[in-house]
Design a protein around this ligand. Structure first.
Ligand SMILES: CC(C)(COP(=O)(O)OP(=O)(O)OC[C@H]1O[C@@H](n2cnc3c(N)ncnc32)[C@H](O)[C@@H]1OP(=O)(O)O)[C@@H](O)C(=O)NCCC(=O)NCCS
Length: 159
């Protein structure tokens, strides 16, 4: 879906507007972090720090942030970034993705990642990358569905 078009369910994909969308996007972080990092507590300090990082990203040409809107409510969000790595000078990195619970399983996560692919490719990225928690089956299922493959593993040994 092109930016600012609406689909048949009335969902629109558009750029994030700091004043209009900040509260909703910050609200998403509770589920994102507490699900993907069990034990992580999203408190006022976390939200304040995240809010500052988000505001900086809006001014950074290497970052792009899109939201999904339905009936005046923000119902999804993706934050994408261009980074360089040891091997690649320009790689796309998905920093954060969220779809409201009531709209999951309808292709909106895929839509956000396709929008990210388009932005990455038009900005010279040679590949798209992201990190995921192995226990997050919905997210990993989505990423595999749109073509991501596991290339590195982060291993842990609890004491
Ligand atoms: C991860 C998330 C963005 C997925 O959004 P979504 O809109 O439900 O995803 P989609 O409907 O586009 O799913 C597309 C594909 O992903 C796969 N998928 C979706 N849910 C799945 C599940 N529970 N198990 C396995 N695969 C799944 C399917 O292949 C699906 O394609 P299909 O519908 O044609 O079968 C959403 O679950 C979410 O916001 N989760 C909370 C936030 C979060 O954890 N973000 C990830 C941080 S790393």
């Amino acid at each position: 879906m092109a930016l600012a078009d609406k689909d048949e369910a009335g969902v629109e994909l558009r750029k994030l507007n700091w004043r209009r969308d900040r509260a909703a996007v910050l609200g998403f972080q509770y589920e994102i972090y507490e699900t993907n990092f069990p034990g992580c507590i999203v408190d006022d300090t976390f939200i304040r720090d995240y809010s500052l990082t988000l505001r900086d990203a809006l001014r950074n040409p290497n970052d792009s942030l899109l939201v999904l809107e339905k009936d005046g409510q923000v119902v999804g969000f993706v934050w994408m970034s261009l980074v360089s790595t040891l091997l690649d000078t320009c790689v796309g990195y998905i920093k954060n993705i969220y779809v409201a619970q009531e709209l999951r399983g309808r292709g909106y996560g895929r839509m956000l990642l396709e929008a990210a692919d388009e932005w990455f490719q038009t900005h010279g990225a040679t590949k798209a990358t992201l990190d995921a928690s192995v226990d997050n089956e919905q997210a990993v299922g989505l990423y595999e569905h749109v073509g991501y493959r596991t290339t590195r593993l982060r291993m842990e040994k609890p004491y």
